[in-house]
Design a protein around this ligand. Structure first.
Ligand code: GKR
Ligand code: MG
Length: 443
């Protein structure tokens, strides 16, 4: 009888905010605060389940709309519940994506956070970690993550309330708030995060400076960390011709290229990336041209992608692991994209990564920019560049209510919490407008 499984008795959706650095990307500059939405479910056994998604009113509303579907339902029905909620949003997500939205704007993120909270509850009921409820179950005890480096804008050129320092006695907690625009700055950041977290793989967010300068930065990284696994992600800022010119001959440095180019001259991003791949012989990763199953089918038929960065937040946890299984069977590599996040998402990444079969690439995480701002009492720690996934039931997290309420109070002073990187960028370049084909500082 299903009723032997606890039922859901309450749901809270809590918008939260935390501090961020002035991280540069093709969309502009991160503002002083990042926002997320968290879901807290409680069940009739008295357990609490947690999930996290990007911020903003669209995702908050999608979460709240799911409440009547969830209350009173047995947690063992997690798959059916997730499918029902997902089904409500799929069509509007396709339309939103088709209109040029970023994946962090899609309602599927709300579905994934609810799924995480349900799996957290089910795991606690059954006495197993979430990793054991996903795909083939546990594949590894530790998940490799990468050092996600960014060029950083000069916050002192803005009146915005960026922090100048965060608590902690490692140099990284000072450096992460300082401007970083040269290869030397990027190497300094890399050295600090390697010392603090032990990373062995790096990703540099590009789409900021002229492409040649970004290639110089990854070459400088490689010179400092010979043999390290390094990638550069300009979010499709370069034309095919530029991308080939910049990346050809960089196989000694780049383990793969992430979204080096995108749609142009009537050709889709998938067609253009397939041409790039053939012309350079480099492996290609993406979180832009294969972001759902239909796009993935076309990308595969064209031979456009080697490493789909199937982030559980926009693929769902089940979908991300299904992608990892497909990659393992088809000779591709699974990886995950990320946005700024708190420690609930860190655990979501870790459990999915631990269930991914084969040899996934080191996962993205923005955690180095946020570490110290946790919402739970026992956030995962990055050590030796890895996250350990224990046998603690569910996601293994205990909410820290004081921290959650404080992050919610911070959110309340920010308005609707939608991400707007153009606003901060305009302090660096007055009148700045987003152009998906131009690095942010090239105007
Ligand atoms: O945090 O600015 C950022 C990133 O550019 C993020 O928004 C991207 O979605 O990390 C992401 C990526 O790999 O494209
Ligand atoms: Mg990317």
């Amino acid at each position: 009888m299903l009723h032997s499984s606890p039922t859901i008795v309450s749901m809270r959706v809590i918008p939260v905010a935390g501090h961020d650095s002035m991280l540069l990307n093709i969309g502009g500059a991160h503002g002083p605060f990042f926002t997320r939405n968290i879901v807290v479910l409680t069940d009739s056994a008295g357990h609490t389940g947690l999930g996290e998604a990007p911020g903003g009113a669209v995702i908050e509303k999608a979460m709240c709309q799911a409440e009547p579907l969830l209350i009173g339902q047995p947690i063992a029905r997690v798959k059916r519940l997730v499918q029902q909620i997902h089904g409500h949003h799929q069509q509007s997500d396709f339309a939103t994506l088709g209109g040029g939205a970023w994946t962090f704007q899609l309602k599927v993120n709300a579905v994934a956070a609810i799924e995480a909270a349900l799996l957290d509850l089910l795991g606690q009921h059954l006495g197993v970690p979430v990793v054991d409820l996903l795909g083939p179950g546990r594949q590894r005890d530790e998940v490799e993550v990468l050092a996600y480096l960014f060029f950083v804008g000069d916050r002192t050129r803005t009146p915005l309330p960026y922090l100048a320092h965060s608590p902690g006695n490692h140099d990284w907690y000072r450096l992460r708030h300082q401007s970083a625009l040269t290869p030397d700055d990027i190497v300094r950041h890399a050295q600090a995060v390697v010392d603090r977290y032990g990373f062995r793989a790096f990703k540099l967010k590009g789409g900021v400076l002229p492409g040649e300068q970004e290639i110089q930065a990854v070459r400088a990284l490689s010179a400092c960390f010979p043999g390290a696994h390094i990638t550069l992600d300009p979010n499709g800022a370069w034309s095919l011709c530029e991308a080939i010119g910049l990346c050809r001959g960089q196989r000694d440095v780049l383990a793969y290229a992430e979204d080096p180019c995108g749609a142009e001259e009537g050709y889709s991003g998938r067609e253009v990336m397939a041409e790039f791949r053939r012309a350079t012989g480099l492996r290609v990763a993406t979180n832009m041209i294969a972001t759902n199953w239909r796009e993935m089918a076309h990308a595969t038929l064209l031979g456009a992608v080697d490493i789909p960065l199937a982030d559980p937040h926009f693929w769902t946890l089940d979908g991300a692991v299904r992608m990892a299984q497909l990659c393992d069977d088809w000779g591709l590599s699974w990886g995950s994209h990320s946005n700024n996040h708190f420690d609930i998402s860190l655990s979501m990444f870790a459990h999915v990564g631990a269930a991914a079969p084969g040899r996934p690439t080191a996962l993205d995480t923005h955690w180095i920019w946020q570490e110290g701002q946790h919402l739970t009492r026992n956030p995962l720690q990055i050590s030796q560049g890895r996250l350990a996934v224990t046998d603690a039931p569910g996601l293994g997290l205990e909410p820290d209510w004081e921290r959650i309420e404080a992050a919610n109070a911070l959110h309340r002073i920010l308005g609707d919490g939608a991400r707007d990187d153009a606003a901060a960028m305009r302090f660096l370049i007055p009148g700045w407008q987003f152009d998906r084909r131009k690095p942010a500082m090239v105007r």
